[in-house]
Ligand binder design. Structure first.
Ligand SMILES: [Zn+2]
Length: 164
């Protein structure tokens, strides 16, 4: 990431959190009323520079793990400009690594984030697919009006649109 942890935290905190509904200027809050150790995905993806991060940590001086308190008011972030759709890719194959590599290569030009795994079709639990879906839901929650499509669950499905 190009931002320091403090810059990242400040950028995230300029938005209200769509997930835990804390106001701008405050760290995220857990269900038990503590200050979260990291910001919710639905919130930090509102910051374009942080969209590809997996985690954005709450800085130590904002009290992660301690009782949550509302922070001072901050200037809210300007409404996000109509951004390009965020595409999430998912590649899967059962054994041949070559196949997975070629799928990833096809997805890379069009996808912001790619999840992949080598797992048999007979195994019903697919951890990487779960992660891809969770990210899609988090994004949807943060930007409900954004057009989105679910990640493909098929190893043979290729992006519908070619790289531009
Ligand atoms: Zn939150």
């Amino acid at each position: 990431m190009d931002l320091t942890p403090d810059q990242a935290a400040n950028a995230v905190e300029r938005n209200d959190c769509p997930k835990c509904e804390v106001p701008a200027g405050s760290a995220c809050r857990t269900r038990s009323g503590k200050c979260a150790t990291k910001y919710h995905t639905a919130r930090f993806i509102l910051v374009p520079a942080l969209r590809e991060e997996l985690d954005v940590l709450v800085p130590e001086d904002r009290g992660p793990g301690r009782t949550w308190k509302q922070g001072p008011p901050v200037e809210a972030a300007p409404a996000a400009a109509a951004a390009k759709p965020i595409r999430i890719g998912y590649a899967r194959c059962s054994t041949a690594s070559q196949e997975l590599a070629s799928q990833r290569a096809a997805l890379e030009p069009v996808c912001k984030r790619i999840f992949s795994e080598k797992i048999s079709t007979r195994i019903k639990t697919r951890p990487e697919l779960e992660k891809a879906l969770k990210l899609a839901y988090d994004i949807k929650e943060a930007a409900p009006t954004r057009r989105s499509s679910s990640p493909s669950t098929s190893s043979s499905a290729w992006p519908a649109t070619p790289p531009s």
